[in-house]
Design a protein around this ligand. Sequence first.
Ligand code: BYC
Length: 480
Amino acid sequence: MTTSAGHQSGHGIDYTERIPNNVDLADDRRLQRALESWQPKFLSWWSQTGPALPTRDVYLRTAVDVGREGWAHFGHVALDEYRWGIFLAERDRERRIAFGTHKGEPVWQKVPGEYRAELRRLIVVQGDTEPASVEQQRNLGATAPSLYDLRNLFQVNVEEGRHLWAMVYLLHAYFGRDGREEAEALLRRNSGSEDSPRILGAFNEETPDWLSFFMFTYFTDRDGKYQLGTLKESAFDPLSRTCEFMLKEEAHHMMVGTTGVDRVVERTAQLMAEHDSDEVAALGAIPLPVVQKYLNFHYSVSLDLFGSETSTNVANYFSAGLKGRWAEERRADDHVLTDDATRVDSVADGTLGQTEVNALLGLNQDLRDAYIADCESGVKRWNKILDSYGVSARLALPHVAFNRHVGAFKDVHVTPAGEVVGADEWERRQGDWLPTPVDKTHVLSLMRPVYERGKIASWVAPPRNGINGKPFEYEYVHLA
Ligand code: BYC
């Protein structure tokens, strides 16, 4: 790759090392050896479950520095030669714990014994999602709508791989033998596997087509943004610094999802306007009601990732200082919350309502609310696109209780409009709200690869901008 060999950056990432890093790995031989013995297992996992499409090289962004200048360095790289590294944001030596019972104390550079199990659990759950998404997206290269999209898919994939490295580094460096065992297990579980599935529900679903991929990167990656935002607040400083750097990369994944759905909606709206008809399937596009059903599915599955509305786990994480709130330091309260109350969603006798709980117990919903507000902004964008083509139909987020399998709503059936219905009615009508086999087959039938420079598939509009100032027609990927 153009960037790397021998590059020694200002912030100390040495690309001549086997594992590029800015954590002084060379000074800790034991840790270095442990990670070097995990590396071939990672590479073997990547070759077996990572991107299946053979390529010569891909125009990728590689982190060569965590500072403002150099963390995004672009060049054509052979995918399996991507330099997965370990990068932590700069340490702030004055940093203090911002919340919980240890508020005001200096942050921790080591794991306190009493919180070891909980911290390991949080890191393992976070780490588990990263390889899972690579597995889910393995076969998408075969149907990429353009070289630009293909490149973005691979960028997301290599960065999810790097995020796995980020969590494995923490497990190896701070959790001894059980950390090393967890790191191995992260490569053994597999998305959708009967015997050893990924930990969280959404990461065992399929991502069989590009509409699903765009919805996943919009809705599910956005859960990642919010969860990483809370872990960035952690009193365990290495976790905080790791997440801060991961969030920078995450912004690109958000862009892929947001503009991906933009472009699907735009193409559909264009054809609806041109032909003055809602029937765009025969024209090679995705009908708006189908876009809405995919949105309903990915949004509801992603809401499940926030856990239950009332959770002692999250209360303990917060009080211990392991996991904060979104924008913790901007909150105007005592950051301890033991005496505060909040209202969370609940269901009583089949009716949707709210109950008052201690604020600590309600923190999963607190985070979910911030996430929902963010998701609304996507829907607004997409509706503006529809409006700009004179299309009067609108997309909407379904009700928070729709299609839920975790938390207060898991035992009720609720329509996208928020109406509680019986099991029979749900059975009869769910095809109006969630993708049916027919919808999926149609979407899949549109997924034909377009690998010619500057060309694009029928069902999606080209992007407004290319990557790193390059035009859409750029040779983002050379196939093998
Ligand atoms: N599926 O007290 P509860 C990302 C479990 S995405 C299956 O209600 P808690 C990314 C839960 O583990 C972000 N199981 O929830 C995106 C618990 O089990 P245990 C990933 C679930 O603990 C795209 C039990 O049910 N990071 O980065 O308060 C591409 C009771 O749970 C689910 C994190 O999630 C589910 N959906 O909160 C790539 C951050 N939900 O412990 C990457 C770390 C709950 O009793 N994780 N359960 O055996 C956490 O903070 C918490 O574990 C959760 C759950 C927010 C997930």
